[in-house]
Design a protein around this ligand. Structure first.
Ligand code: GDD
Ligand code: MN
Length: 381
């Protein structure tokens, strides 16, 4: 434990939190088009931050927010740093920005907060005091404990917030049992205690990821009133919602299991395409069922390839070019056809199983091999 925390004297008269006895903190504020909020935020932060603190803005804006930050920094008493991420380096969105801020932070305590003043800067001394009092490594400013409130959310957002919290709780019942607001974007963290390189942020829910990947952290909470945005508008969107679901899935299952689940789900849809073409070829056109199997395979190959390339291995397209990936995928499926053809023939013409069923059996039985080839060869890392 940092000596300045345990050895610091109790604040002045014992009633007020005097900022000079609190540890310095690196405030990390992710920003995306928040120009009008910067000056009021900095003004309020300056009044409450302990001596030696810094403010780090990690910016992904298209407007003049970076210029505003630079001009406010010139007049500020507290050191202000700006990390502007060009469009090509905006991985992870909000969460990615927070991780970049954690990397750059110079204090061992980092306080992550929104820049739109929905998170009151005046709470920071209370978060620091709570950390000292409870010996916590992570103090969450919670909308859902004690006197906490979420007034700043409208009806729909409240429902979404409740639902996503419940989903997280179902996925991690033990870790989140005593955490009332794992979705909060306002928290104080002993930065040295976490492995920053292990974080794989995707969008808004970086706190959840920190909680789940760092089970050793001692967590405490302080209630607060989540107010209304000062200026500008929220960047939450439907896309962020889907991103959260994918993030939660990855955190719960690990990347490989999630990939396989997605591959299997797409495979299932491809099975439908395959069966329809098989039936059409055989029953409508009048081909021999084994010839229809070939056409059906090409159809589902194209279907599966497009979806797999976009959804399963969307992040692993570097090793091969698009045309190469398609050719390799088609090659694997054609190779599989050499095994499936005789298999279907035996099942149907010798054992008398309905050809549509034989076809499905052959596809399912080779799916593990097809996944293995895709993972290790076509979309290799
Ligand atoms: N650098 C960067 N990049 N910052 C971003 C991005 C991004 O892609 N997207 C949003 N931000 C910044 C905003 O500029 C703001 O300072 C902060 O992140 C929060 O974004 P808002 O758009 O205001 O989010 P919100 O108010 O809807 O959501 C807040 O409450 C949620 C819980 O209801 C955030 O605190 C969420 O983290 C939190 O889960
Ligand atoms: Mn906001």
């Amino acid at each position: 434990r940092a000596p300045h925390l345990t050895e610091a004297p109790v604040s002045g008269n014992g009633h007020h939190l005097e900022s000079h006895v609190l540890a310095p903190v690196s405030v990390i504020a992710p920003t995306r088009n928040e120009a009008e909020n910067i000056a009021p935020l900095v003004a309020r932060l300056e009044r409450v931050l302990p001596e030696g603190s810094e403010i780090i803005f990690v910016d992904d804006s298209e407007d003049d927010t970076p210029a505003v930050i630079e001009s406010v920094a010139l007049r500020s008493r507290c050191p202000i740093r700006l990390i502007h991420r060009p469009p090509s380096q905006r991985d992870g969105g909000l969460g990615g920005a927070v991780v970049a801020g954690l990397r750059a932070a110079r204090s061992s305590w980092a306080c992550v907060m929104d820049a739109d003043l929905q998170h009151p800067p005046e709470l920071i001394p209370r978060l620091l005091a709570q950390a000292r009092l409870t010996q916590a490594d992570l103090v969450i400013a919670s909308r859902y404990c004690d006197e906490g409130k979420a007034e700043g959310l409208d009806g729909i957002r409240t429902a979404i917030s409740r639902t996503s919290t419940t989903a997280a709780r179902l996925a991690f019942p033990r870790r989140l049992r005593r955490v009332s607001d794992p979705m909060s974007g306002f928290f104080l963290l002993r930065k040295d205690l976490i492995d920053i390189d292990a974080l794989r942020p995707r969008g808004f829910k970086i706190l959840l990821e920190i909680l789940v990947r760092n089970r050793h952290l001692k967590v405490s909470e302080v209630g607060f009133e989540f107010g209304k945005r000062y200026a500008g508008e929220s960047k939450a969107s439907l896309r962020e919602g889907f991103r959260y679901l994918a993030h939660l899935g990855t955190l719960r299952l690990g990347n490989d299991a999630l990939r396989f689940a997605a591959f299997a789900a797409i495979g299932l849809s491809g099975l439908l395409v395959n069966t329809l073409v098989l039936l059409a070829g055989t029953e409508l056109v009048g081909f021999h069922y084994l010839l229809s199997v070939v056409f059906a395979t090409w159809a589902s190959t194209l279907w599966n390839f497009s979806l797999t390339d976009a959804w399963v291995f969307g992040d692993r397209r570097e090793a091969n070019r698009w045309g190469e990936r398609l050719a390799m995928f088609a090659f694997v499926n054609t190779l599989a056809l050499l095994v499936r053809g005789p298999m279907i023939y035996v099942l149907t013409s010798i054992l008398g199983i309905y050809y549509v069923l034989s076809n499905i059996i052959s596809l399912v039985s080779l799916s593990l091999v097809r996944y293995g080839m895709s993972d290790a060869w076509i979309w290799k890392v």
